[in-house]
Write a protein that binds this ligand. Structure first.
Ligand code: SF4
Length: 220
């Protein structure tokens, strides 16, 4: 995609997904951090099903720090990688109590030092809980960025994030991040992107290629 097409892309994403937002249900920075840690390699929908009950009884770091790993595992066992996630959430809660007065730190640098917290999780937390502009690159953002030509296919997740930060104005980072996730979730799906009725088709190299290939198949 050409750099001069970026404002048009942002505008169309805005029209396509005006209400795009974080779909992980939470009511505090701490519950957002726990939900995001649980969401690795699992759908937000599954996380929300589990946290609906979990957060009614447990929504403070003190409560998680006092839990045994087995106890937390019982609550989250429907989620993939539940054993390591339980271990990390308990360890993370203990550090919040010991080093941060029970509060979630507000910088990426501090967050990524917590057990089980990577750059993507940190970006989700700082942007949604503390309104710090950030772009969290999950599987959807990675895929649609490459299909749209905002990044190269061989780029790492970090390179995708840096490319997006260069191309998109900072004040648009957080909202564009949500919209790219919605694009990947509802339009530009991994297996079956809906290119024919995508409002981004004329801007999208991959979409145009797919439509051309589909035409060739139809005409042979
Ligand atoms: Fe994805 Fe196709 Fe839309 Fe491009 S045109 S963003 S590949 S759905």
């Amino acid at each position: 995609m050409r750099k001069r097409d970026i404002p048009e892309l942002i505008q169309r994403l805005d029209q396509m997904f005006p209400n795009a937002q974080c779909e992980l249900v939470h009511h505090s920075p701490f519950t957002l951090l726990v939900a995001t840690m649980l969401s690795a390699q699992t759908t937000d929908e599954m996380v929300n099903r589990v946290t609906k009950d979990l957060f009614q009884s447990y929504d403070q770091p003190e409560q998680y720090a006092a839990m045994s790993q087995e106890e937390l595992e019982k609550h989250i066992r429907r989620i993939g990688l539940f054993r390591s996630k339980a271990k990390h959430i308990i360890a993370m809660s203990k550090i919040l109590l010991e080093e941060y007065h029970g509060e979630v730190p507000q910088t990426r640098e501090e967050l990524v030092k917590l057990p089980g917290v990577g750059r993507k999780t940190a970006n989700v937390v700082i942007s949604n809980a503390f309104h710090v502009p950030a772009i969290a690159v999950d599987t959807h953002v990675d895929r649609v960025s490459k299909r749209l030509g905002l990044s190269k296919w061989k780029d790492s997740v970090l390179e995708v994030e840096k490319n997006l930060m260069k191309l998109i104005p900072q004040e648009e980072w957080t909202q564009t991040h949500h919209r790219l996730i919605f694009l990947g979730r509802y339009q530009c799906k991994a297996q079956n992107p809906q290119c024919a009725d995508c409002q981004l088709l004329d801007l999208c190299r991959e979409g145009l290629k797919r439509m051309k290939n589909a035409d060739l198949v139809e005409n042979t």
